[in-house]
Design a protein around this ligand. Structure first.
Ligand SMILES: *[C@@H]1O[C@H](CO)[C@@H](O)[C@H](O)[C@H]1NC(C)=O
Length: 427
């Protein structure tokens, strides 16, 4: 029997008593098909991940709670972007405006797994993992390194080294020798490492308390030729370090702040890098235990802190080379850190005293007046400086005889008081 015949006979049986004709049935079928199609299209449209809804609110998703806004990792850290919403969807991210000040409107969807774990190798020094980029995950710049190695070295009881790098080609690494990799992994460690396979995420835990010190499951791992980024949850908001820039307090403001680390000798100013770069932080866990982390990378970079609390690193080159120091006291963290990078030199005692310096004394008379004023008001004064304006045309090893003639004699005259003198040199 043909399908048509079957339908007709079935309908004839069932529908005849109600007096329905084939035309009625056809019309009804069309209406039903149209309704189903409309519902499907509507659902597909609204439930599509790119759908942002009216005013960015998707009626099918619960409004994000404050907690979930805090979890957002910014997917458009770029400055001054046009068509941000379009860029957001190109990057496979979620666009959802929020009234929370500083929180990103475009963020990675949860479980945005850019890499999966494909291989684990045990070595005497630790573990080497091989990570493979998921090709279906959108890229920022289409320069992704397909295969990454992650070496996890158990360097000592309190020092952990983990480095993400290109598995096949060597990349720029900081050409400063640190302590070499110990041949044998430490037998006893204060930390444990766990990871998930797909997506690949890494967790580092302090053994004695179970405190999770690093957890990269919050955000995407990006390893492109000129854009590298990794995010981690932090155990507490007690974050210190990351010199060198002006802050209101030593403890970081975790309210969605981004800081550049790219020293270029610019004068102090709000939220800008000063003279040096120290990609090292210390985190005081809520129970007082403390750990430190160094990112050993000297490409231009920035980092973002947010109230989760969480931290995102971004850099434009090199590799993601981390050292973690387990302390557990703050001074032990610094001891462990300087054991790796080298101890600072012990400065002369007077160098720890009171120093007076400025650019723009203009001439020797002003300088003499300033020093006389320090004496007159009995202000401690261990060292006096001349900035580069004492020079002739800012040239090293010269003196502006017109405005600073007699500087040498003046410096000699301060020596009997024990006042040291520093003349700046600049390159
Ligand atoms: C030194 O500079 C000040 C301006 O800072 C000027 O008023 C003064 O005349 C100068 N003195 C000499 C001796 O050049």
């Amino acid at each position: 029997m043909e399908e048509d015949d079957f339908e007709r006979s079935a309908l004839t049986k069932e529908k005849k008593p109600t007096g329905w004709t084939n035309q009625h049935v056809l019309a009804l079928t069309l209406v039903v098909v149209a309704c189903v199609a409309t519902i499907c299209t509507t659902l597909t449209f609204f439930l599509h991940p790119d759908y942002a809804g009216i005013d960015g609110v998707n009626p099918f998703e619960p409004a994000p709670t404050e907690a979930s806004v805090e979890e957002r990792i910014n997917c458009i850290p770029d400055k001054d972007v046009e068509n941000a919403e379009e860029l957001c969807s190109d990057r496979g991210c979620v666009w959802r405006p929020t009234i929370v000040d500083g929180a990103p409107w475009c963020f990675f969807p949860t479980g945005h797994g850019t890499y999966r774990l494909v291989k684990e190798e045990e070595h005497t020094w630790g573990t080497r993992l091989t990570l493979e980029r998921e090709t279906y995950i959108a890229s920022f710049f289409n320069q992704d390194i397909q295969t990454l190695s992650l070496d996890i070295e158990f360097q000592s009881q309190t020092r952990l080294h983990f480095k993400f790098y290109d598995a096949s080609e060597s990349r720029f690494e900081v050409p400063i020798p640190l302590l070499p990799r110990p041949a044998e992994a430490a037998r006893v460690t204060d930390y444990t490492i766990t990871y998930t396979t797909r997506p690949f995420t890494l967790e580092i835990t302090r053994k004695s308390t179970g405190e999770v010190l690093w957890d990269t499951s919050i955000g995407a791992l990006i390893f492109e030729d000129q854009f590298l980024s990794i995010s981690t949850r932090l155990p507490s908001s007690n974050l210190y370090g990351f010199g060198e820039s002006e802050h209101r307090s030593f403890r970081h403001d975790m309210n969605w702040r981004t800081w550049g680390l790219f020293a270029r000798d610019q004068p102090p100013g709000d939220a800008i890098n000063l003279y040096s770069v120290h990609p090292f932080y210390m985190n005081v866990e809520y129970d007082g235990n403390t750990h430190g982390v160094l990112l050993f990378n000297l490409n231009a970079q920035d980092f973002t802190v947010q109230p989760t609390p969480a931290l995102t690193y971004r850099t434009v080159g090199g590799v993601l080379d981390f050292y973690m120091f387990l302390g557990p006291t703050p001074d032990q963290v610094i001891q462990q850190y300087t054991e790796l990078i080298g101890r600072p030199m012990l400065p002369a005692y007077w160098a720890l005293g009171y120093h007076l310096s400025r650019y723009g004394y203009d001439n020797l008379t002003n300088l003499q007046d300033v020093v006389a004023g320090m004496r007159e008001y009995d202000i401690p004064h261990d060292a006096q400086y001349s900035d580069i304006d004492y020079m002739d045309h800012n040239l090293d090893f010269t003196l502006d005889e017109e405005n600073f003639g007699g500087l040498g004699e003046f410096v000699e005259s301060l020596k009997p008081d024990g006042t040291r003198y520093i003349i700046m040199l600049a390159s």
